[in-house]
Design a protein around this ligand. Structure first.
Ligand code: GTP
Length: 598
């Protein structure tokens, strides 16, 4: 393959601006797939993704395009995930490209989420081609959107391409623009092999598959390949291009994109960001930017029915085959029995895993509220990592507690600054910087305890800015804080799964709100339930739920037995997602109530 005829690009777009539709159209125009093979949306192939409308795992398609200059080009479309939890994956996908299509809806204009990815693309030196989509809509206003792109993103939009991914207008212009404006990859075919892994997944036939961009050299079927971060070697059993269907080929040369496999058992051996080289003629150094996945939040996962423990274990193992960023450790809770403490990249990652466990594996589970990892120094000089609030040692033995801090960057239209600064202050934030990036957009930089971000920060930011503010964060360090554990007692019994760690100043407030929230959530019983929040031995809040006679069949006058049975069935259904603690039943919602207090 002639490097000069390769173009590697991705699509940056706000949700719903038409990224998937455009990708489908490009693939269709270049004839990579027949209609029958093309499902409605080829690029988003996971159920959950489709429902959430988020592309989670990057996927890719290689296309052949005969341009007006008579040459046949190899166009590699590299799909990028679209959420902060996966910003590392995004950055690796961008590192595999030389250019990006910036798709903006001709009616909606530039929206917040686009901005962060545009900055990433600019930082990666990508050639950006603005594309104004949906020009077929009556409300389309391409001129206004062009000005907005220049104004808010600082990108020259004078040669933006108007198009409709729906009707096909302008698609050829986009293909021509890709060929003409995006640079070809560097010609490094003579150098030792360096291939960037920018995605990997588990395939039941091929094992762990790596999606790669060859940056230098050539990778061939049957050669050995070496993962530079671990030094481990594997035989290359298969080399494919994606059309997006895998199409076997003998080799991928410098500048090309495709997948390689080599009977690798788990994706933990094929880490995103790692460099593959040839052990016989190794590259001197790996490509820059490799990072190991960092689990930022931890939560407990317990089966409702204890006999499902083994199923849960097996299901988590299966998920891990495909997700190197998921960690698990067995955990036992007095309240919830045997389960696992699971580490996630962030809250969205957690949601996705929880949903998959329930949906794909049919498990009925209780999830406890997520928490960050604390470092706790004891008076005896030892230091411990605490991923579970209930495991915090006795306060009298503690010398210090440190919590993770994040540097957070928020991009927002200026009218929302006031509201955003207010929540940042409430969340113990420290202002670092604030600057106008365009005439009416502001970049706010703050440092914030990560713990505070877990408490519905993202939701609040979105609602205050009506969805226009976007955020990005990274963990910077650990700092000492005056932190305490708040225990929750139900009828005098500590419920370990309801413990939380927070700043001492906030403890009384959090304790009170949690008790109130639990009072709303817990079903009444035949006896009174006392709810208490305590720090150490000191009760800081209390509520009680009065007794009630709960006889659903009382409503059924007469002896209609089938009706009675129906009601009892119904009651049983309602019970499913509850956990018996002492003699009180606690529903799933209660364990996440901690996150919803304000
Ligand atoms: P996510 O996958 O959620 O990030 O969205 P996306 O950016 O991939 O958008 P998608 O392609 O799913 O398109 C969103 C909606 O816009 C769909 O209902 C499309 O049918 C519609 N759409 C996409 N392109 C066009 C277009 O050119 N014109 C019109 N009228 N509608 C379009």
């Amino acid at each position: 393959q002639d490097v000069k005829l390769i173009r590697n690009f991705c699509i940056i777009a706000h949700i719903d601006h038409g990224k998937s539709t455009l990708a489908d159209r490009l693939i269709e125009m270049t004839g990579s797939l027949t209609d029958r093979e093309m499902s409605a949306q080829v690029l988003d192939n996971m159920d959950i993704e489709r429902e959430r409308g988020i592309t989670i795992k990057a996927q890719t398609a290689s296309m052949q395009y005969k341009a007006k200059d008579g040459n046949i080009y190899l166009l590699n479309l590299i799909d990028t995930p679209g959420h902060v939890d996966f910003s590392y994956e995004v950055s690796r996908s961008l590192a595999a490209c030389e250019g990006a299509l910036l798709v903006v809806d001709a009616a909606q204009g530039v929206e917040a989420q686009t901005v962060a990815n545009v900055y990433l693309a600019v930082e990666n030196d990508l050639e950006i081609i603005p594309v104004i989509n949906k020009v077929d809509l009556p409300s389309a206003d391409p001129e206004r959107v062009m000005l907005q792109i220049e104004d808010e993103l600082g990108i020259d939009a004078s040669d933006a391409v108007p198009c409709s991914a729906k009707t096909g207008i302008g698609i050829e212009d986009i293909l021509e623009a890709i060929v003409a404006r995006i640079p070809a990859p560097a010609d490094d075919n003579d150098k030792p092999l360096q291939a960037l892994i920018f995605d990997s997944w588990f395939d039941s036939y091929l094992g762990a598959v790596s999606l790669i961009r060859v940056m230098a050299g050539t990778i061939r079927k049957n050669q050995r390949m070496q993962m530079m971060s671990t030094g481990k070697n594997f035989e290359v059993l298969q080399v494919c291009q994606l059309t997006p269907k895998p199409l076997e080929t003998k080799q991928l040369s410098s500048g090309m994109v495709g997948i390689v496999s080599g009977s690798i058992k788990s994706v933990s051996e094929t880490r995103v960001g790692d460099t593959i080289t040839d052990p016989k003629n190794p590259a001197k150094a790996p490509l820059g930017g490799f990072q190991k996945a960092k689990q930022m939040v931890f939560g407990g996962i317990f089966p409702i029915d204890a006999s499902e423990y083994q199923n849960l274990k097996d299901s988590l193992e299966k998920l891990q085959l495909n997700d190197a960023s998921l960690t698990t450790e067995p955990e036992s809770s007095q309240a919830l029995g045997l389960g696992f403490r699971v580490g996630f990249l962030g809250l969205l990652h957690m949601d996705i895993i929880q949903e998959r466990l329930e949906r794909e594996y049919g498990l009925e589970l209780i999830f406890t509220a997520p928490t960050v990892v604390y470092r706790v120094g004891l008076k005896d000089g030892t230091e411990h990592k605490i991923e579970n609030p209930s495991k915090l040692p006795d306060p009298t033995t503690i010398e210090y507690i440190e919590e993770p801090y994040v540097a957070i960057t928020i991009h927002t239209p200026e009218e929302f600054i006031g509201g955003i600064l207010k929540i940042l202050q409430e969340k113990r934030g420290i202002q670092k910087d604030m600057e106008y990036t365009t005439s009416n957009r502001v970049k706010i930089s703050y440092e914030l305890p990560m713990n505070e971000m877990i408490f519905d920060f993202h939701d609040k930011l979105k609602s205050i800015s009506r969805g226009y503010a976007s955020m990005d964060y990274e963990v910077i360090d650990y700092r000492q804080g005056d932190l305490v554990k708040v225990d929750t007692l139900v009828n005098g019994d500590k419920v370990d799964a309801l413990a939380l760690i927070c700043h001492r100043v906030q403890a009384p407030f959090r304790g009170r709100s949690l008790c109130k929230k639990l009072k709303e959530i817990l079903p009444r019983q035949m006896f009174q339930i006392a709810l208490q929040a305590a720090i150490g031995g000191k009760i800081i809040a209390r509520e009680s739920i009065s007794a009630m006679r709960k006889d659903v069949t009382a409503k059924c006058y007469g002896g209609d037995i089938s009706r009675k049975r129906k009601l009892l069935e119904k009651q049983k259904e309602g019970k499913k997602r509850m956990k018996q603690i002492g003699n009180v039943e606690i529903p799933q919602k209660a364990f996440l109530a901690i996150l919803k207090i304000d």
